[in-house]
Design a protein around this ligand. Structure first.
Ligand SMILES: Nc1nc2c(ncn2[C@@H]2O[C@H](COP(=O)(O)OP(=O)(O)OP(=O)(O)O)[C@@H](O)[C@H]2O)c(=O)[nH]1
Ligand SMILES: [Mg+2]
Length: 344
């Protein structure tokens, strides 16, 4: 339940039949009447507030340690040692008792976790769309394919920029991030580590977040620091959903064997006079100027196209693991139940 960023106070929720004994084991305090907020020590980890909100077979407790990631992760480890199960396994209907259907509960959970604002409108449409859809035979395969692309609205896609040193990768990353995240210098080999940030693509009313990664420039070198940087870059390229190759008018493309996979989009940087445009392929790269901001909107659009997120409409989205499983197994009764369709 903790906010995605490090916060002052985290909330760790425990639910199940024995929340009191879990709290007792962790804090040494024995008496846990419902709704009494107590200030306790959480083993040797931290101190903070804890409360049992509901006892009994559907017990619910909340622990409020300091929000540092290390504290939270140690507390979770201690809870797991005490027999708790961590993770998304928790039924969303327990988290959102106000939801009328299982689908609606999962929708609320997805909305609370979505990386992209554009996910919200689309998620809100899902109860009505699915209710309508389960009345007739559903064409499963296209929905599953589409849903894999749309999943990137919940967990952001990763975009990685690679290229020789000094071609302007960090300048482009800074332009995308709208702040100075990467060190820019007229000195090849400036970036020694990868730098990442969330970039909003899409239109103002349909913002789509992607993780944008700058990498150190590659080249054949004996310098151990640069070599280490290149190895790091190769690691993050493996995670890329979109791989962008970049060069400038004075340099050539990276050797293909330096990269673990082929790029999806080819950029020619430092075209400040806007004299070229280009298609974005190797022989005809998309010409941009990060310094002047030329073609940056085109670049954003191309990335969204590659992710298949450029044209969102009100469409069926198997946004939860449960929906995907029901579709894959073609369980129509289970689907109607999940969607809460009125039986006819
Ligand atoms: N004229 C012009 N100069 C640019 C542009 N983009 C980057 N530069 C300049 O090119 C130089 C290198 O830019 P960086 O962004 O540091 O290049 P890089 O690819 O990150 O370099 P490494 O981190 O060393 O691999 C700097 O002097 C930038 O100011 C551009 O669009 N136009
Ligand atoms: Mg750089």
């Amino acid at each position: 339940m903790t906010a995605a960023n490090p916060g002052a106070i985290a909330i760790v929720q425990v639910d199940g039949p024995q929340v009191e004994s879990v709290l007792e084991g962790l804090s040494g305090v024995q008496d846990w009447p419902e709704a009494r907020l107590r200030f306790v020590r959480f083993a040797d980890i931290d101190e903070g507030c804890a409360v049992v909100l509901r006892s009994g077979s559907e017990g619910l407790a909340q622990l409020m340690p300091h929000g540092g990631p290390r504290v939270v992760s140690r507390l979770i480890d201690a809870l797991v040692d005490a027999g708790c199960v961590y993770g998304q396994a928790v039924d969303a209907r327990r988290m959102y008792p106000e939801a009328e259907t299982a689908l609606e509960a999962d929708m609320l959970r997805a909305m609370s976790q979505a990386a992209s604002p554009a996910a919200l409108d689309l998620l809100m449409e899902q109860p009505a769309l699915w209710n309508e859809a389960v009345g007739a035979p559903v064409r499963r395969e296209p929905i599953l394919v589409r849903s894999r692309a749309l999943r990137r609205l919940l967990e952001p896609a990763t975009v990685v920029v690679v290229g020789a040193p000094n071609v302007g990768k960090s300048t482009l990353t800074n332009e995308m991030l709208g702040r100075t995240a990467s060190v820019v210098a007229d000195l090849p080999g400036t970036t020694r580590d990868w730098v990442a940030g969330l970039v909003e693509l899409g239109s103002p009313d349909r913002e789509i977040a992607v993780r944008w990664l700058d990498t150190p420039g590659f080249r054949s070198t004996d310098d151990p620091v640069e070599r280490r940087a290149a190895n790091l870059a190769r690691q993050v390229i493996g995670e890329a959903d979109v791989l962008i190759a970049m060069r400038d008018p004075d340099s050539t493309w990276l050797d293909n064997d330096l990269l673990p996979r082929a790029p999806d989009l080819w950029l020619l940087g430092k075209i400040d006079d806007g004299s070229l445009i280009g298609q974005g392929v190797r022989d005809d790269p998309l010409a941009i100027s990060a310094a002047k901001g030329h073609q940056i909107e085109v670049l954003k659009r191309r990335v969204l196209e590659l992710l298949d997120l450029d044209a969102l409409q009100d469409e069926l989205w198997a946004f939860s693991d449960r929906l995907v499983a029901l579709l894959e197994s073609n369980d129509l009764d289970g689907m109607r139940d999940y969607v809460g369709a009125k039986s006819s």
